[in-house]
Design a protein around this ligand. Structure first.
Ligand SMILES: [Zn+2]
Ligand SMILES: [Zn+2]
Length: 263
């Protein structure tokens, strides 16, 4: 079974109903977490995911809304008695932050029952192969954001392709990477009236979201990384995308803890 579990769908400002964006990809009994926000261990339990089956974590970039939950997750796994290795993947700049965060609380140097934390540095190449295991393949491409960040592509064993932008400004590298996706998941931090702010902070708006969605023509396009608290409502955003910008493909905005079965 392959599923996408939305651990969080908001942008940098959480609310009662939205945590910072983080995904759990399940494929044939193993989990890949993409970014690590809020209280991740608790959220794994909330969605019925066995934390022991979490083997891989991709940190797309080191903005606080994408990385702050990582030390807490590692601590929780250790208290729970984990023995299996945990693999963490990130670009060089983010990896330096990860090492600082882990070492701040001596999370890699335990007095007893240490479990291996294996750090894998991503080079940042276009369509780079990062993980190749029987359950899935992960490829990444560096995008354009305020700090170095990667988009990710998960290829499931039956050939379905999921592409996720994480945080990015509109850029050719992402457009090229996203072509051929069955499921296209993109951030849309801002609506059209916040275009100037989107430019300064290197994010998508409903206009750039719609443009990429139209050019990619995925079977299902999903929108995350949008906090209703700090921007327009999801209803207004939907109106901009589907009416003003006339995007007419299958489109949805998942809520926190929603599950999408990949078929
Ligand atoms: Zn973000
Ligand atoms: Zn960011």
């Amino acid at each position: 079974m392959q599923r996408i579990i939305f651990l969080g769908t908001g942008a940098a400002l959480p609310s009662i109903s939205q945590d910072n964006s983080s995904l759990l990809i399940e494929s044939n009994g193993t989990y890949l977490m993409i970014d690590c926000s809020g209280s991740p261990y608790r959220k794994l339990l909330q969605v019925g995911a066995d934390p022991a089956l979490l083997h891989h974590i991709l940190i797309t970039h080191h903005h606080i809304d994408h990385i702050a939950g990582l030390p807490s997750l590692v601590e929780s796994l250790w208290i729970k008695g984990r023995t299996a290795p945990l693999h963490i993947y990130a670009l060089p700049d983010s990896m330096r932050v990860i090492e600082v965060l882990l070492d701040l609380w001596d999370l890699r140097q335990r007095p007893i029952k240490e479990f291996p934390i294996v750090l894998h540095t991503i080079k940042g190449e276009q369509d780079e192969l990062v993980i190749d295991v029987p359950e899935f393949t992960l490829r990444t491409t560096q995008t354009v954001h305020a700090v170095p960040s990667v988009a990710s592509k998960i290829i499931f064993p039956l050939g379905q392709v999921l592409v996720y932008s994480s945080d990015t400004a509109p850029c050719q590298s992402f457009l090229d990477f996203a072509r051929g996706a069955d499921y296209l998941m993109m951030e849309c931090t801002f609506c059209d009236e916040e275009t100037e702010l989107a430019g300064i902070t290197f994010h998508l708006t409903s206009a750039s979201f719609s443009e990429i969605a139209s050019q990619t023509q995925a079977n299902h396009t999903l929108l995350i990384h949008h906090s209703e608290q700090m921007s327009c409502s999801h209803a207004d955003l939907t109106k901009e995308i589907t009416q003003k910008h006339a995007y007419n493909g299958k489109f949805s905005i998942p809520k926190d803890l929603d599950v999408l079965v990949i078929d």
